[in-house]
Design a protein around this ligand. Structure first.
Ligand code: GAL
Length: 670
């Protein structure tokens, strides 16, 4: 566990609902909403996410009447409320009267009101107004019987390069380094005459003539994540002061988003929540959804987590916004439950008719209750009610950990590196895909987390590894764990300084690498022949230590005969990115050797098996019909969604899902 966790479902009921923006609608519509909410089995709605101007139309004014009526209305109908602080959407008057609350971009341009999230995180005026509205909101509703959870702000994501941010950045640096000498040392300012002589010389990495100092950029990213986190913590502490201890506090992460170090953030939350928007047209959208689930579960320390937002149909921010084909919303919702979610929520309840998101779907879309989207939403609501008694509060067992770290991502994604075609997110996703296709359930973990509970640790790419992380990995390997590590890892220390020899010496020893001579990144579309497979993106000129085994070697070209995959004991290093089928096979072999068994083997392509608590979920990501063989040593298994008992095998149709557990004497017949 990474922090104190408060159950999402203390009453054993999974949360099902969505952002409700009733201020966009006349009150007559609220009555219809209540009817439909109940029809859909929605258990909670999120109120107030962007309601600051409605609550405080003028500085210091308070208009709570409409929210009083809504809170009471929800309570009267047994609907819970996830209540948001409105601080991600300051009203226009705040920017007009206090321009210093508006962030500046890298070019010094003001980010104006007219959209949302136009707040300067380090502005003391912004923080004062945000605290004041939060205080009054919390005081008024902290003990309201409808309140289920606090939702702070929304998708914290602003960067600010303005003067107040510059001062806060200096304070942050003083705390981290204490002296300017230490800043100069860490940033390597001997390069290009960047020596800072006074604290006033230190500025955010604003637009500059050419490539900026990479450690300055890295520290600015660390600072920005921490500054936003301070905003969260300030509001969290206010709402906690006014509410009973069983009301959890969360803020919703964007999935796998670069701006926030979610490992650090998650430790400050009672519930970890995330927004999930896979592209319905992506043939691997299900794998992406699984990856975000695994990552969020990791951040929650294995505790149940929350899908705060997903789309019931199309979003409106891609180039082409495709609806979800029939059944896909259900499949991905149940997949999240299978991977540990105790809450399935959407953006948003009712599709808007005005504003920038009027073409973004809702649970009730423009077609209304007659629409296909609402029919599927009702089905999901009914099915969650069938599952909750069996799964709420339970965990997912994973023997494999995927290491991921924001600091490494930030450091490794900057200008001036060997290849701009190596995109960290894509590399991580490719490795997760290998595990997913091999049927292996994986948690995500931070490189300094305790890894002793895992049999296999996978490092897709950690360019930057702190000394503590290297120690951790070595201790894990010494304890008998298997490590599989991808290229361009262990290169830099926490200051983004390249380690002597091009890669940490102890890691080189672990993997049996004698010398790293040069990296040979590949062009888009270029591949290297590695014998049994081809590699892409990257290759390396390295030599093996005498006791290392060359599992695969490059054939032809400049690197002919040099190791593509190297192994020493149960540690392996891949100096290229194997094609997906080869990566899948390699990971499956490593897992088998380490004694890790997938929840079910021999699955047809596109079928995912995950075990949560006592329930085995089978999820079919394809549109044809398939038959899944069930383990012969288990008795009849009951599908909790239909009540049907299955022995020997189970058929799955288009986007089919079954949730199986051992049949018990007391089960009612289907
Ligand atoms: C999220 C955001 C929501 C809504 C949604 C649309 O990023 O939190 O408010 O804008 O995207 O997909």
């Amino acid at each position: 566990m990474t922090g104190p966790r408060i159950p999402i479902a203390p009453d054993g009921r999974l949360l099902f609902g969505g952002d409700y923006n009733p201020e966009q609608w006349p009150e007559e519509v609220w009555t219809e909403d209540v009817r439909l909410v109940k029809e859909a089995g929605v258990t909670s709605v999120t109120l107030g996410v962007f309601s600051w101007a409605k609550l405080e139309p003028r500085p210091g004014a308070r208009e709570f009447g409409w929210l009083d009526r809504l809170m009471d209305l929800m309570h009267a109908h047994g609907i819970g409320v996830v209540l948001a602080t409105p601080t991600s959407a300051p009203p226009p008057w705040l920017g007009r009267l206090h321009p210093e609350t508006l962030p500046r971009d890298e070019n010094g341009q003001t980010v104006w009101w007219g959209s949302r999230q136009q707040f300067a995180h380090s502005s003391s005026v912004y923080r004062r107004f945000a605290a004041a509205i939060t205080e009054d909101l919390a005081q008024r509703y902290g003990h309201h019987p409808a309140l289920r959870m606090w939702h702070i702000n929304n998708e914290y994501c602003t960067f600010d390069y303005g003067d107040e941010a510059a001062r806060a950045f200096r304070d942050w640096l003083r705390r981290r380094y204490r002296t300017l000498d230490a800043v100069n040392e860490a940033w390597g300012t001997a390069f290009w005459s960047q020596h800072v002589e006074t604290w006033e010389d230190v500025i955010p990495p604003r637009r500059a003539q050419y490539m900026r100092n990479p450690t300055q950029v890295l520290d600015f990213r660390r600072f920005t994540s921490d500054a936003l986190l301070e905003c969260f913590v300030a509001e969290r502490d206010i709402v906690r002061r006014h509410s009973p201890a069983h009301i959890p506090v969360t803020t919703n992460f964007m999935p796998f988003w670069t701006g926030q170090d979610a490992w650090t953030w998650a430790r400050q939350e009672d519930v970890v929540s995330v927004d999930m928007y896979p592209d319905p047209r992506d043939p691997l959208g299900g794998q992406y959804n699984a990856m975000i689930g695994d990552m969020t579960r990791g951040q929650a320390g294995g505790a149940p987590w929350m899908v705060m937002e997903q789309a019931a149909g199309p979003v409106n921010w891609r180039g082409v916004n495709h609806p979800k084909p029939h059944g896909l919303n259900r499949l991905w919702s149940l997949q999240s439950v299978a991977r540990g979610a105790d809450a399935i929520c959407y953006f948003q309840w009712r599709q808007s008719r005005q504003g920038a998101e009027k073409f973004h779907s809702g649970m009730v879309d423009h077609a209304g209750e007659e629409g296909r989207v609402f029919a599927e939403v009702k089905r999901i609501g009914a099915e969650l009610a069938l599952l909750e008694g069996e799964v709420a509060g339970t965990g997912v067992t994973a023997d494999v950990a995927v290491l991921h770290d924001w600091e490494s991502w930030w450091a490794g994604s900057q200008d001036g590196r060997p290849s701009t075609h190596v995109v960290y997110e894509d590399v991580v996703r490719t490795w997760h895909r290998g595990l997913w296709e091999a049927g292996l359930t994986a948690d995500f973990a931070h490189p300094e987390h305790d890894l002793s509970g895992y049999r296999v640790v996978v490092v897709p790419q950690l360019y930057l590894l702190s000394d503590a992380a290297v120690d951790n990995l070595l201790a894990y390997a010494r304890g008998g764990g298997s490590v599989v590590c991808g290229f361009f890892s262990g290169v830099a220390d926490s200051d983004d300084r390249v380690r002597a020899g091009g890669m940490d010496a102890r890691l080189r020893e672990l993997f049996g690498i004698r010398t790293v001579h040069e990296w040979w990144p590949l062009d888009p579309g270029q591949t290297v022949d590695c014998g049994e497979f081809t590699g892409s993106l990257w290759s390396e000129e390295l030599t093996a230590a005498p006791d290392a085994e060359v599992v695969a070697a490059y054939r032809g070209g400049e690197l002919d005969g040099l190791p593509a995959v190297l192994r020493r004991g149960s540690a392996r290093y891949l100096s290229t990115l194997p094609e997906p089928s080869a990566l899948r096979t390699l990971l499956a072999d490593v897992a088998a050797e380490a004694g890790v068994r997938p929840p079910l083997s021999g699955l047809p392509a596109g079928v995912e098996a995950v075990r949560r608590g006592d329930v085995l979920f089978l999820l079919h990501h394809g549109t044809g019909d398939v038959v899944v063989e069930l383990p012969s040593d288990e008795g009849p298994l009951r599908d909790l969604l239909t009540g049907t008992e299955h022995s020997g095998s189970v058929p799955l149709g288009r986007y089919g899902v079954v949730a199986l557990r051992a049949a018990r004497g007391g089960d009612r017949a289907a």
